[in-house]
Design a protein around this ligand. Sequence first.
Ligand SMILES: *Cc1c(COP(=O)(O)O)cnc(C)c1O
Length: 345
Amino acid sequence: MKYIDLRSDTVTKPTPEMREAMAEAEVGDDVYGDDPTVNRLEELAAQKLGKESAVFVPSGTMGNLIAILTHCQRGDEAIVGDRSHIYLNEAGGMSALGGVHPNPAPNQKDGTLALEDIRARIRTVDIHHPTTRLICIENTQNFCGGVALTAEYTRQVGELARENSLRLHLDGARIFNAVVAQQADVKELTAPADSVMFCLSKGLAAPVGSMLVGATEFIARARRFRKMLGGGMRQAGVLAAAGILSLETMTLRVAEDHYRAKMFADGLRGVHGIVLDENMPQTNMIYFNLAPHVTLSAEEISQRMAERGILLSWIDARRSRLVTHYEVDDVAVARAVEAFKGILG
Ligand SMILES: *Cc1c(COP(=O)(O)O)cnc(C)c1O
């Protein structure tokens, strides 16, 4: 049975065109800078996001960590969202490996950090305090519902960072979902940030890899941290070849995922056991809670859904996230809605 996999957009497999490009990729030793396909991907990524330079990294988690290590020294502090991926889902890398102290500010429902909350966390010069160095924001904001931050908000955070001699890092794992949701120019969303990480291997369907982009001098230093963390890959052109197709052919098609997420949510509104979050979905994610009357456990629901060929994941015992992506078509959405109806009324 072919499963309809709604756990994440990371489950997407490379497209047939990607497989072909991977098989034919020209490669070299990328640690020596000799892989022409990686070099092409890095140039393309920098150009597309309006930055001087880019480096190909094995994962988004490593990309964010490298950015933090490059911006900060040990004992520095980074202001992060309390529901951000960096703070919750990256194994505490910034403190474990970088000696960087996270200072969490509450993520608002719309995914932002309130400017006054950021301002209140900027340390004064005092030997008792860590040194505030960095602000990290996330677009789209995953755990707030895949919500998109606006260019105007990003500009305001950038201004606040500059006024206080701080750096701004954008975790743009799904930046092209934010672009498509708002019909924005990606450069408007990235310009205020000193560094941006985005993932090739989520909605853009590449098998592996993320990009870190920024100024030439910043990326040159970032390459050393990539090597230090063991992320220097050799004939990585076989992966970069897929990433090039992600950037050239897949960024706008995530609009389809958003459209299907809307269809999906409309279908789920007719299921009694499901309570959708307000204003859901904004991009390719649907978060919902089980209604109070539901007595089936998350495991039982997952098992019954799997019997119907559908995979889903749980945030906690009563909360789930469903993600649409290019392997989820209209028929898959209809089947998933039917399955939920069958199990949860
Ligand atoms: C997935 C994700 C990452 C990390 O990417 P990996 O490639 O899974 O390490 C970082 N930030 C956000 C918001 C993500 O959703």
